[in-house]
Design a binder for this molecule. Structure first.
Ligand code: HSE
Length: 332
C-alpha cells in the first residue's frame, strides 16, 4: 500500500467535495494500492492538522455545524512548509488581480518539495510559466485538470491520449453560467436577470457573477489552455474578451429562426485568443445546452476531437482533482 500525504488548502464547496469524494472512494483506492492521508486542512478561519491523518467525516461535519474546519490556527503556508506531505491541493478562490493566496501557496509548495494539484484558475492565468518552471526545477508534478471545464478531462486528453499529435486549434464553451443563461433565454424566453439568478441558485456562478457574464472566467480558462497546450506564455491580458451582457432576446430569437444559437465561444487559433458571443448552427458540436462545457480540439493526426461534459459542481470538480492526485500517487 502506498501512503500519500496531502494538505488541502481551502475547504469551501470544492474542498469539501474533494474530502467527501476521497471518503466515498477509500475502499476503491485501497484496492488500487493507494492510501490517501490528509494531514492538514485549512479554511479562512483556521486549520486542522494531524500527521496521522485527519478524520475527514468529522472535518466535514464540523465545517457544516460551525462554519469552519478549524481546530487550530496554523496557517496554510506554515502547513505547506512544515508539515510533512507529498501533495498540496490548492482549492482557494480565484483572484485575478494578483493570484493570491493560491500563487503563494503553490510557489511555497514547490519550494518545500510538494507536488501541486489545483482547481484555482487565477495563479495559472497570471503566472503559468513561473509555476511550471518552479515545478520542473524541483522535479515535481503540477496538475491542474480541474481549472478548466470541471469534470471534462481536456489536459489529460491532449497530453496523454493525444500525445504525439500537434494541436492546431481549440474552440470551446468553457463557462457553464453563460451557457445556462443563453440556453434559458433561448428555450424558455426567460429574461436575462432571472436566468442569471437561477444559475446563481444552482451554485455554478462565481461569487462575483460579472466574472462569468463578462467573459472573464472563460478567458482565464482559455489562457490556461493556451499555456498548457500551445506553450504560448500568455496571460489573461492577451485575450480579446466580450461577454454576454449585451445579448438581447431579439438577437437570440433571430438566431433561432435561422436554425442557430448564440454561444459564448472561446477560441485559441493561429496564436490569437478570443472569447466572444458567436452564432453556432443548432446541430454543431459546440451547440451544447444548459451548464455543459465543450472543447473541440483540432489535431494533425487524429483530426477533430470533441469532448463535452459537466463544467462545474463540487463533485465534478473533485473528479478532476482526484484524477490528478491518483496520477501523482501512481508516479511517485
Ligand atoms: N463559474 C464557472 C462556470 C464555474 O460557470 O463555468 C466553473 O469554473
Amino acid at each position: 500500500m502506498k501512503t500519500v500525504r496531502i494538505s488541502l488548502i481551502g475547504f469551501g464547496a470544492v474542498g469539501q467535495g474533494v474530502a467527501s469524494t476521497v471518503l466515498s472512494k477509500r475502499d476503491f483506492l485501497k484496492k488500487q494500492g493507494i492510501d490517501l492521508r490528509f494531514v492538514g486542512i485549512t479554511d479562512s478561519k483556521g486549520s486542522e492538522v494531524d500527521e496521522n491523518g485527519i478524520d475527514l467525516e468529522a472535518a466535514i461535519s464540523r465545517k457544516k455545524d460551525t462554519g469552519s474546519v478549524a481546530t487550530g490556527d496554523m496557517t496554510a503556508l506554515e502547513i505547506i512548509r512544515n508539515v510533512k506531505h507529498e501533495i498540496m491541493v490548492d482549492v482557494t478562490p480565484t483572484n485575478i488581480d494578483d493570484g493570491e493566496p493560491g500563487l503563494g501557496n503553490m510557489l511555497s509548495a514547490f519550494g518545500a518539495g510538494r507536488h501541486v494539484v489545483t482547481s484555482n484558475k487565477g495563479p495559472l492565468a497570471l503566472r503559468f510559466s513561473e509555476l511550471n518552471e518552479a515545478a520542473e526545477d524541483n522535479g515535481l508534478f503540477f496538475r491542474y485538470e480541474a481549472t478548466v471545464a470541471g469534470a471534462v478531462p481536456i489536459f489529460n486528453l491532449v497530453h496523454e491520449a493525444l500525445a504525439g499529435n500537434t494541436v492546431t486549434g481549440i474552440e470551446g464553451i468553457l463557462n457553464g453560467t453563460c451557457n445556462y443563461i443563453l440556453t434559458r433565454m433561448t428555450e424558455e424566453r426567460m429574461p436575462y436577470k432571472l436566468a442569471l439568478k437561477e444559475a446563481q441558485e444552482l451554485g455554478f456562478a462565481e461569487t462575483d457573477p460579472t466574472y462569468d457574464v463578462g467573459g472573464i472566467d472563460a478567458a482565464l480558462k482559455l489562457v490556461i489552455i493556451a499555456n498548457s497546450i500551445f506553450g504560448t506564455g500568455a496571460t489573461y491580458h492577451d485575450v480579446d474578451v466580450t461577454g454576454i451582457t449585451k445579448i438581447t432576446p431579439e438577437a437570440l430569437e433571430l438566431a433561432s429562426n435561422n436554425n442557430s444559437v448564440i454561444k459564448l465561444v472561446c477560441e485559441a487559433v493561429n496564436g490569437t485568443l478570443k472569447v466572444a458571443p458567436r452564432l453556432v448552427p443548432k446541430r454543431h458540436p459546440l451547440a451544447v445546452g444548459g451548464t455543459l462545457n465543450v472543447a473541440s480540439i483540432q489535431t494533425d493526426l487524429a483530426g477533430r476531437i470533441t469532448i463535452s461534459g459537466k463544467g462545474a459542481g463540487s463533485i465534478e470538480t473533485a473528479s478532476s482533482i482526484l484524477s490528478d492526485i491518483i496520477y501523482i500517487a501512481r508516479h511517485v
